[in-house]
Design a protein around this ligand. Structure first.
Ligand code: AMP
Length: 175
């Protein structure tokens, strides 16, 4: 397992000072572009969620969609999208969250999740955790039950996990 994870790590490259000075961006595009690495990553995450009674996978715009839709397809589930403000065409619920400078808004269609549905939330990278906390709020607002939060990559030194200690959280690759 360690070898497999190290092999996947070789497909993720560090981009220093992107999108701004001081941030080391984890660029997962080489992993996504490699057929074997992408399949391995999705299989390793997806196998964890067989027979767990999950109803739907929620993905967070934009790179979260890549992981969430592959997982949803693999698991035979639907994929619900959480998008940046102004992108969804039907009636939405909104949640605002704090960025380093200013705020951002995420939205979900108000009929996307029925009360009691068992939800898996997926994103590419867990950094400070602000984004996924907001996604959790939206799913809860619609009455969804959070089964787990799942990530391809976790930046453990940013301690995002501590903001989410009420929820089971899994990441395939840690830095
Ligand atoms: P956060 O709300 O801080 O957990 O940030 C989460 C979102 O920002 C994720 O959806 C990532 O796509 C993106 N992100 C934040 N920091 C990084 C990073 N260092 N490398 C790649 N993506 C990042």
């Amino acid at each position: 397992m360690g070898d497999t994870i190290n092999h996947l790590k070789e497909k993720i490259r560090d981009i220093p000072d992107f999108p701004k000075p001081g941030v080391v961006f984890k660029d997962i595009t080489p992993l996504l572009a490699d057929a074997q690495a992408f399949r391995t990553a999705v299989d390793l995450i997806g196998d964890r969620y067989r027979d767990r009674g999950i109803d739907v996978v929620v993905g967070i715009e934009a790179r979260g969609f890549i992981i969430a839709s592959a997982l949803a397809y693999k698991l035979g589930m639907g994929h619900v999208v959480i998008r940046k403000a102004g992108k969804l065409p039907f009636k939405t619920h909104q949640a605002v969250y704090q960025l380093e400078y200013g705020t951002d808004t995420l939205e979900i269609h108000e009929d996307a999740i029925q009360p009691g549905m068992r939800v898996l939330i997926a994103d590419d990278v867990l950094a400070t955790g602000g984004t996924v906390v907001t996604a959790v709020d939206l799913v809860k607002k619609l009455g969804g039950e959070i089964m787990e939060l799942t990530f391809l990559v976790e930046l453990t030194f940013l301690k995002g996990r501590e903001k989410l200690n009420n929820y089971p959280l899994f990441s395939l690759i840690q830095y």
